[in-house]
Design a protein around this ligand. Structure first.
Ligand SMILES: [Zn+2]
Ligand SMILES: [Zn+2]
Length: 295
């Protein structure tokens, strides 16, 4: 299997990163460790250099476009209320171009639109405009170097009149119609609707699921959650698996730090939901990842 999106070079693994990577590789799981700003993009490549079976991506996460501090309860296990502090960065094309040429760099991103986290002390419209502009800069770079993109897209409060997925799809369509983004990409940590997933698939994108699909449904959901229904309905040919570790630890390890090898729980849940073997899920999602990232 391939954990197609983790952050194994982040501070959460400061004391034992090499152990975590070796433990994951020993289980036969490869990984792609994802950059989110200038420092983590450069560091991810350094880690990838050290290991066969580890690759990296470089990019600027939308949450790093403005300075903010937040406690992310959704992304961390219960009881792990870790404060995340972000710095303000602008996308530096030449800096990322240089990193993108590294032989272990397999994609540009994560980049995208995050309407969930628009800090109150900034003008919302200005921030959204800045996020969109930054996405376009990533797409131009990906087109220039011939790499796929890793997209982070998260919708915000219902009071927002625009949807992140609608806006994201529009920008992708614009680029695809202009003959750019030849290698396409993946929408990571997908939590949207089936209609949204299908719209990305029609544009040639893959959809990647995290441990969120292992979370139990709400009482009002019935036997499975709406997201689990999306997994059931979307053909395996369009799916990849990831942990997004250290965040989003899957069931049954909630409350512990997530690690890339736990992607096996994501595969297990897909196998249950789609009533196909885990081997089949592993085989098809791995093929999809190899094709997209050229590994
Ligand atoms: Zn993300
Ligand atoms: Zn991520």
């Amino acid at each position: 299997m391939i954990d197609t999106h983790c952050h194994v070079h982040f501070n959460a693994y400061r004391d034992d990163m090499d152990d975590v990577i070796l433990r994951t590789l020993q289980k036969g799981v490869f990984m792609i460790t994802v950059g989110t700003q200038t420092t983590t993009s450069a560091n991810g490549l350094k880690v990838a250099e050290k290991y066969d079976g580890v690759w990296a991506t470089v990019g600027l996460h939308p949450n790093h476009l403005c300075e903010q501090e937040f406690v992310d309860e959704q992304e961390l296990g219960e009881g792990e209320k870790v404060k995340i502090k972000t710095r303000c960065e602008m996308f530096d094309h030449d800096y990322y171009l240089d990193l993108a040429r590294h032989p272990k760099c397999v994609a540009i991103g994560e980049c995208g639109l995050d309407y969930y986290r628009l800090p109150e002390h900034f003008d919302r419209n200005e921030l959204i405009a800045k996020q969109k502009e930054t996405v376009r800069q990533h797409f131009d770079l990906a087109s220039e170097v011939g790499l796929p993109v890793v997209i982070h897209c998260r919708d915000g409060s219902p009071t927002l009149t625009t949807s992140a997925h609608t806006d994201q799809l529009q920008i992708i369509r614009e680029f695809v119609e202009a003959g750019k983004l030849q290698r396409r990409g993946v929408v990571h940590c997908f939590t949207g609707t089936l209609e949204e997933a299908n719209a990305y698939v029609e544009l040639g994108f893959l959809i990647s699921f995290t441990g969120v699909i292992t979370f139990p449904p709400r009482k009002s959901d019935g036997p499975i959650s709406p997201l689990q229904q999306v997994v059931r309905d979307l053909p395996l040919e369009h799916i990849m698996i990831e942990t997004d570790s250290p965040y989003l630890t899957p069931v049954p390890n909630r409350g512990k730090r997530n690690e890339p090898w736990m992607v096996e729980y994501v595969a297990q849940k897909i196998s249950e939901l789609k009533k196909v073997s885990v081997e089949e899920v592993a085989r098809v999602t791995t093929e999809n990842a190899k094709r997209l990232f050229g590994i």
